[in-house]
Design a protein around this ligand. Structure first.
Ligand SMILES: [Zn+2]
Length: 606
């Protein structure tokens, strides 16, 4: 089969992807390299951009074969993900292989009778030396259910009405940055900022209110395009610097019983949400959105914001991705943290949540950070560099040894925004726009951020960045929030925080983590313990109770501040004496001065 691209040069690398066996979850791939080098090298990436963990996608690649004409060609595997094909130069080389696709996350690939999904990083071998050539992807619909359609941000070259056929990518980077969704999809579209946006949903029920999701997503997109490029001029199309950097965009959402996640791409995003979090027909439009739906809108807002912040404006270290190993940067607190600050804030700007809901979301982030002992151990810059071995490999000690560059990074953004607003001159919105222009929507460093902060505020932020980003002291949240009209109160913390525990409560209480210097640690409880019961009172008045959920503890404890915990560890029964501390508090935010809070949240500068 021959292919021609819209550009003059034919694609030199062609992939044909078939759903080979839905029940076995196998994609069958035929890769044709028009002009191989002698002993051509090919490899599969070890990671996918946006998710900083070595995932070894090659572990699901099997049955690799090579031919030139009718002759089979021998292959030598060079390492875990690289193969050398002992072919002749310049004569079309055909590789065939299978990829097992049974991970329902947004990071790899999935195939069953309901849907197919893949990232090129899981399915498309990289042809060394040909990365900058045009790549063609032929999606076959042999034997697939007749109601299946395709959604992808790749450029269609020759496709059917349902989207099967040939797509083009200018480079390998573009190919693997454009995931493909297949199935019986719900489809909708809208225009925002003069750009066509497509939305597809897999797995929705008949009660799904697609019109509401489209309208709310459109409001988010308009708010974000205005954030980066200024508000639209009524009656005029956006031109020049007012135009967003993308010409089209695709949201691909998979609704499942239980799941959550998203991955950003230059012209699309792949999302997962709980089916129950989708908006439903018949729900009142005037009621506040459910918590679950607010979470979904926050995810949509987050991934769309990445269209600018990380997919274009990006760490200098990500100028060219190395697919074979970890790509380190200290800047994820900026790219993930600042995106996390603006994702909810832009829901408020788009009037999808009110001030009270926004403050509640912020409140949760603040308490999450303050209840993480690891914030005293690791800075957000270190957390970023260590993402590959810590953030993406969480264990029982993570809460004591690490801090999330998402949540603390969002609070660094908050502190910068409120500090800038105190000058009365500018805000973090303006800093982001200045950075975008200064770095031409491309690679940036922390120095670029420092320069933009100085330029707009007239103040140096070097020392504050050093403390907040590279230090482990707590951020000046109370002082800055109070100056912005927010009441910052402290209440007694929930019981689980007073105990210093993270638990799961499924058929009894399982201890997941014991927080550093907390009551549970001092009592000698450990991750992995099963907490069976408690004994309260002294000697003759002592009572023992079975405990299956922590919320029952006050029932048995009353005003007592100490008790014995009965634990099971490695089949031994242990008793530990727990003394509840007096002073564990959690933060409670409210709008003390509503006009000041509204000014900040609606984007005005006072
Ligand atoms: Zn993100």
């Amino acid at each position: 089969m021959t292919f021609t691209s819209r550009s003059a040069a034919p694609a030199l690398v062609h992939y044909q992807v078939r759903a080979q066996n839905l029940h076995a979850h196998l994609f069958g791939i035929t890769l044709t390299i028009a002009q191989p080098t002698a002993d051509q090298m090919v490899s599969l990436p070890t990671w996918i951009a946006g998710s900083y963990l070595i995932r070894e996608f090659s572990r699901h690649l099997q049955y690799l074969r090579a031919h030139q004409g009718k002759a089979s060609v021998s292959i030598t595997q060079r390492d875990k993900c690289t193969w050398q094909i002992h072919c002749e130069a310049g004569k079309p080389l055909v590789l065939s292989y299978e990829v097992y696709a049974f991970d329902c996350s947004v990071r790899t690939a999935w195939l069953d009778t309901q849907r197919g999904f893949f990232n090129g990083t899981s399915v498309c071998l990289r042809v060394h030396g040909h990365e900058d050539c045009a790549h063609a992807l032929n999606l076959c619909n042999d034997d697939l259910p007749s109601d299946w359609q395709v959604a992808t941000a790749l450029t269609p070259q020759k496709t059917t009405g349902k989207g099967f056929g040939i797509y083009l990518a200018a480079t390998y980077d573009e190919l693997v940055d454009s995931p493909v969704e297949m199935g019986a999809l719900w489809r909708g579209s809208f225009t925002a900022g003069g750009i066509e946006h497509q939305f597809v949903v897999a797995g929705a029920t008949a009660s799904f209110d697609g019109a509401r999701l489209l309208a709310d997503t459109q409001a988010i997109c308009e708010a974000e395009i205005s954030f980066w490029h200024g508000p639209p001029t009524p009656g005029k199309a956006r031109t020049g610097a007012q135009q967003p950097p993308h010409r089209h965009y695709l949201f691909m959402l998979s609704a499942v019983d239980n799941g959550y996640g998203g991955l950003e791409h230059r012209h699309s995003t792949a999302l997962i949400c709980k089916r129950a979090d989708l908006p439903r027909l018949g729900q009142s439009k005037t009621l506040a959105a459910s918590d679950g739906y607010t979470t979904l809108l926050g995810l949509i807002s987050h991934e769309y914001f990445h269209t600018w912040n990380v997919k274009r404006l990006r760490p200098a270290e990500f100028t060219l991705y190395d697919y074979s190993q970890e790509n380190y940067t200290e800047l994820l607190w900026f790219f993930e943290g600042f995106t996390s600050y603006f994702d909810d804030l832009l829901l408020r700007r788009a009037t999808l949540v009110d001030d009270t809901t926004y403050l509640a979301l912020l409140n949760k982030t603040i308490n999450g950070v303050l209840q993480t002992p690891g914030r005293k151990v690791q800075s957000v810059a270190q957390a970023s560099l260590d993402a590959w071995v810590k953030y993406y490999r969480q264990d029982e000690n993570s809460v004591n040894a690490t801090i999330s560059y998402y949540t603390k990074g969002a609070l660094v953004a908050l502190c910068l925004d409120l500090s800038l607003r105190q000058t009365g001159k500018t805000s973090l919105d303006a800093v982001m726009r200045t950075l975008w222009q200064r770095c031409l929507g491309g690679p940036m460093t922390q120095s670029d951020l420092a320069a933009a902060l100085l330029e707009l505020s007239g103040e140096s932020f070097e020392q504050r960045l050093a403390q907040w980003v590279h230090g482990t002291d707590d951020l000046p949240l109370q002082e800055l929030l109070q100056a912005q009209g927010v009441t910052y109160a402290e209440d007694p913390a929930p019981l689980v925080e007073q105990l210093g525990l993270r638990v799961t409560e499924h058929r009894g209480i399982q201890v997941k983590s014991v927080l550093r210097d907390g009551a549970a640690e001092q009592a000698g409880m450990a991750a992995g313990d099963e907490w069976l019961g408690i004994e309260v009172g002294s000697d003759k008045a002592a009572q023992a109770w079975r405990l299956t959920k922590l919320s029952d503890l006050p029932l048995y404890l009353g005003p007592m501040k100490s008790f014995k915990a009965l634990l099971a560890r490695d089949q031994r029964l242990l008793t530990r004496t727990v003394a509840l501390p007096e002073s564990v508090r959690s933060v409670k935010l409210s709008a003390g001065s509503p006009p000041l809070v509204t000014a900040w949240l609606s984007g005005q500068i006072h």
